[in-house]
Design a protein around this ligand. Structure first.
Ligand code: PCA
Length: 216
């Protein structure tokens, strides 16, 4: 299938911070044409009650063949390709509306989890070969990012042709003091990483059939 429209989402800042690299990267991608595909960026509120309605509206409006949702993971030092979303909202901090769900489902009665539809091993390999720090991740957490990934894959469950997944980004250098445990990544490198991801998907990159799991 040829890819004409790509929807990229980023989040507004949260947790008391002034910036969120996911929105900076999404904004920088907005309006770009890459290999015949047009990228549109939409910002999602970091609010449990609002993020999925906003995402579903954007999908209805833009009818994308690829949806890449981005978010900040302050503890990460690499661009993290998320493999799994779980049907669980369990917050450690309040969202931007003050909500802190404690173990509620994203979708009542929904499956326990959804797997990404992105060829994540192939994408990690491309990024690493280009010198961009990248890693597979087995958990998108249980905050708003996981909710968005789960809601995205649930919303598209009857449209198997749409490629969709979630990518967590490390902090920007300006956020280093707030995230002492991680290695920040410059916006230019984060953007280059996402451009490589988009280019690979537009080219129709296939998943690698290599064993690359974890035992922990
Ligand atoms: N990161 C949060 C929510 C918004 C964002 O950018 C998360 O990892 O859940």
């Amino acid at each position: 299938m040829s890819i004409q429209r790509i929807l990229v989402t980023g989040f507004e800042p949260f947790g008391g911070e002034a910036i969120n690299p996911s929105w900076d990267v999404a904004q920088a991608l907005h309006g770009q044409r890459r290999g015949g595909a047009q990228i549109t960026a939409v910002q999602l509120p970091c609010v449990f009650a609002q993020s999925l309605p906003a995402l579903r509206t954007a999908i209805r409006r833009h009818r994308p063949q690829v949806v890449l949702c981005l978010g900040l993971a302050g503890s990460r030092s690499a661009i993290s390709l998320e493999r799994v979303a779980v049907n669980l909202c369990d917050a450690r901090i309040a969202d931007n509306a003050g909500a802190m769900p404690a173990g509620t489902p994203v979708v009542a009665g929904g499956p326990a989890a959804y797997f990404t539809r992105l060829p994540v091993k192939a994408l990690v390999q491309r990024l690493q070969q280009a010198g961009v720090p990248a890693a597979l991740s087995l958990s998108a957490g249980s905050f708003v990012c996981n909710q968005v990934m789960y809601g995205l894959l649930h919303a598209l469950r009857r449209q198997p042709g749409v490629l969709a997944g979630f990518i967590h980004l490390p902090p920007l250098p300006a956020q280093a003091a707030a995230h002492p445990g991680s290695r920040p990544l410059a916006l230019a490198d984060q953007l280059r990483g996402l451009e490589l991801v988009v280019d690979a998907l537009v080219q129709g990159v296939e998943e690698l059939q290599v064993a690359d799991g974890r035992t922990d």
